[in-house]
Design a protein around this ligand. Structure first.
Ligand code: SF4
Ligand code: SF4
Length: 105
């Protein structure tokens, strides 16, 4: 994997360190900066196969998934479907089940 491009939106804020695999997600953003997940690749129009996900959002000192928060914005649909679609994506992504990114060597 090549270098990970800087992600903006954090305004230079210090991000949390990646926690150990299986422990609660702290929104460090490592996984989504390393590569886009299947949801991003399948549903965000013209999303590149590599590089950081375009749906990463920064709020309250952590990254959050924009495809859970406001998927219509990224897919190009009206926002009235966001709660239902966001819940479906949250379930598919395993949100709330802990960090699923391999630990760094
Ligand atoms: S799943 Fe893990 S790597 Fe991804 S944002 Fe959460 S804590 Fe960070
Ligand atoms: S769609 Fe959400 S979970 Fe998937 S890579 Fe993008 S920000 Fe991460």
């Amino acid at each position: 994997m090549g270098p990970i491009p800087a992600i903006d939106g954090s305004s230079g804020a210090r991000l949390p360190l990646k926690p150990v695999y299986g422990t609660p997600c702290n929104g460090c953003g490592f996984c989504c900066a390393a590569e886009p997940c299947g949801i991003a690749r399948q549903f965000i129009p013209d999303h590149p196969e590599e590089g950081p996900c375009r749906a990463m959002e920064f709020e309250g000192g952590r990254f959050v998934c924009g495809m859970i928060r406001r998927p219509g914005h990224y897919i190009g649909l009206p926002d009235w479907g966001d709660p239902h679609m966001g819940a479906l994506f949250a379930g598919a992504l395993g949100a709330g089940k802990g960090c699923d990114a391999d630990d760094l060597a």
